[in-house]
Design a protein around this ligand. Structure first.
Ligand code: HEM
Length: 221
């Protein structure tokens, strides 16, 4: 295999991995959103939901899923940065400024920026909840629900979460249909359907996640 073919098929492999891990994360977000609904049911419901996931027979399967999840995020991000750098080099950054495709959307032109900022959000988010729930130094009378309430009473975190949800919406707005395109699922009849479904998913998921900080900040004392 020549240098060109090797590099080309390597890039296609990376794009495929990005598409597959992206769709895996799309499914994860729906499951995560479903779990978060227990926050609306109430303190006891949410605490026993977290307890069921982490302290019963589900503990081991959940730990295995967490490893897949971490790998999914890792491959998705590393491949994205690799492809972005390669594209920049191929386009000859610094020599000519290429005009953006007039058909491209704001979301599609800014995927790497939304991705990097979502990554920053994710680090803060995991520190806020995942780390605090499992390894945090909390007083005996403080429950996991109380931790969520106290984070979402802080205007700094509420603002950060809301900005992150706008970026997540933008990222998914383009990412969803882009994954299907990479997988070769291009069809005159079905592509507009996939684009529509992706846009609906992006708006629904980001608004639904944004509802939690808003609800706790304004309505839970
Ligand atoms: C804004 C609304 C959100 C709320 C209220 C929320 C809440 C939580 C909570 C309470 C946990 C800890 C669960 C546990 O360890 O048992 C958690 C974990 C996590 N969240 Fe979120 N989350 C939100 C949005 C997001 C978003 C948008 C993403 C992804 C971009 C995300 C990714 C994760 C991940 C990867 C974990 C660790 C999962 C695990 O190890 O089980 N979350 N979240």
């Amino acid at each position: 295999m020549g240098w060109f073919t090797r590099t080309f098929s390597y890039s296609i492999g990376k794009k495929l991995i990005m598409a597959l891990t992206g769709l895996f994360l799309v499914i994860f977000l729906l499951i995560h959103l479903f779990g978060n609904i227990f926050l609306y049911v109430g303190k006891d419901a949410f605490n026993s939901y977290v307890h069921t996931l982490n302290e019963t027979g589900l503990k081991i399967p959940i730990k295995i899923l967490e490893v897949f999840l971490a790998l999914g995020f890792l491959f998705h991000m590393v491949d994205a940065v690799w492809l972005w750098i390669k594209n920049r080099i191929a386009r000859g950054v610094g020599y000519k400024i290429k005009k953006p495709d007039p058909d491209s959307t704001f979301a599609s032109r800014n995927m790497i920026i939304s991705a990097l900022l979502i990554f920053v959000f994710l680090v803060v988010h995991l520190r806020n909840f995942w780390y605090a729930f499992h390894y945090g130094d909390k007083a005996p009378d403080v429950t996991n629900f109380d931790i969520v309430v106290s984070v979402f009473h802080d205007p700094f975190y509420v603002t950060l979460y809301l900005v992150a949800m706008v970026l997540l919406g933008l990222h998914l707005y383009h990412g969803f249909q882009s994954a299907f395109q990479t997988l070769g699922l291009n069809h005159k009849k079905y592509t507009p359907l996939i684009v529509g479904l992706g846009r609906f998913y992006a708006i629904f998921v980001s608004l639904a996640f944004a509802s939690f900080p808003i609800y706790f900040f304004f309505f839970v004392r």
